[in-house]
Design a binder for this molecule. Sequence first.
Ligand SMILES: C[S@@+](CC[C@H](N)C(=O)[O-])C[C@H]1O[C@@H](n2cnc3c(N)ncnc32)[C@H](O)[C@@H]1O
Length: 412
Amino acid sequence: MNDIAGLPARNAALKMLDAVLRRGDTLDTAAGAAKGLGPSDAALARAIASEVLRWQVDLDRLIDSATRQRLPDDAKVRTVLRMMLAQALKLETAPHAVIATGLPLLSGGPRRLAHGVFSTLDKKGARLPDAPTIPEDVAARWRTQYGERFPEIAAGLASPPPLDITLRDAGETDAWAERLVARVMAPGQLRLSRGQAVDALPGFDEGAWWVQDLAASIPASLLGKSAGTALDLCAAPGGKTLQLAAAGWEVTALDIAKRRLKRLHQNLQRTGLAAEVVEVDALKWEPEQGFDAILLDAPCSATGTCRRHPDVLHRVSRGQIEDLSKLQAALIERASAWLNPGGLLVYAVCSMEREEGEAQMGRVSLTPAPITQDELPAGLAPTAEGWLRTDPGMLADAGGLDGFFVARFRKD
Ligand SMILES: C[S@@+](CC[C@H](N)C(=O)[O-])C[C@H]1O[C@@H](n2cnc3c(N)ncnc32)[C@H](O)[C@@H]1O
């Protein structure tokens, strides 16, 4: 069956969606289904799965408008139809190619039904809305938390994000912007158009930069230039470790996950930057001495990364957010005890959820060190409390940014 051109990529996309929607895997983990495919087929499989997850509610509405009997949510034919429509409506795949690579996925199944539904919608000129409809339980949380900003946030999810990179040497910002044909978002932070092969770009092999969303680059920058030792408490795969090392800090990078730490080691090697790497559970570890700065980029629901990881919108439950907020509170307490007097702690989560961000702040025993406007990229502002809250609807004209919560404290 895989002899049909383009079919292996669709098969892989179907497996990825099954892993995310039935097993609750992350799309990154599920992307293992593309193992053995060439780079362009693997990228296509991931793009199909991502667009299905981004537009799933709207795709289902179209499918339901063209069937007499509602297809079960977990029916294979529904998933295949979602894939077919996502390709036709978002990936500009010609209808004949959609059909030729879609129907074989249903061998022995309701091919005629799928053909009929797809053709009806195609003939009608079916369209998707400008902004994706957010799954209802997530939408309920975000409407409560973000109020009038909610439609802008949904609009920010309509497209995958651009490619953001952090430079090892912020002094070379303009030179790299010219070389990479990139937009300067902040000193040391550039934005390129999406869809580029990262490892083929100038400067990648020599480790002159690494991929990191603009919002993700802010927490480490708030610790400033080196004033001694820094602990990067949940460090892997190491975007912020590299920033701290490049700023001259003597960095200890700690994480519990062996595989993610392997990527951190590779990143250190590629960039020629240095850090002491510790593989351990931060809830069990005790340092031999305190640190002058601590970055706690805490494990979180990662709902702020939903532009690039739309699977989070379907996977993350209220129960998981509750569990994560308990882990974050425990990590804040431990990190606070490891800070030297006068030292700074930056707490960050790539989460849109209040429980993981704003609601944690009452639990911090240190003195607030408010974030100021001049420390932030143009177009962003601190909250009245001196925290930073970003969301995918911000900097919309420049391509948006991930949702993050960031706060800074000092030990007296
Ligand atoms: C948000 S990610 C960190 C991203 C990283 N700071 C970066 O910029 O590349 C959170 C990390 O926390 C780690 N983690 C989760 N629980 C942990 C624990 N109990 N102890 C240490 N690390 C933990 C995860 O393995 C994950 O790598």
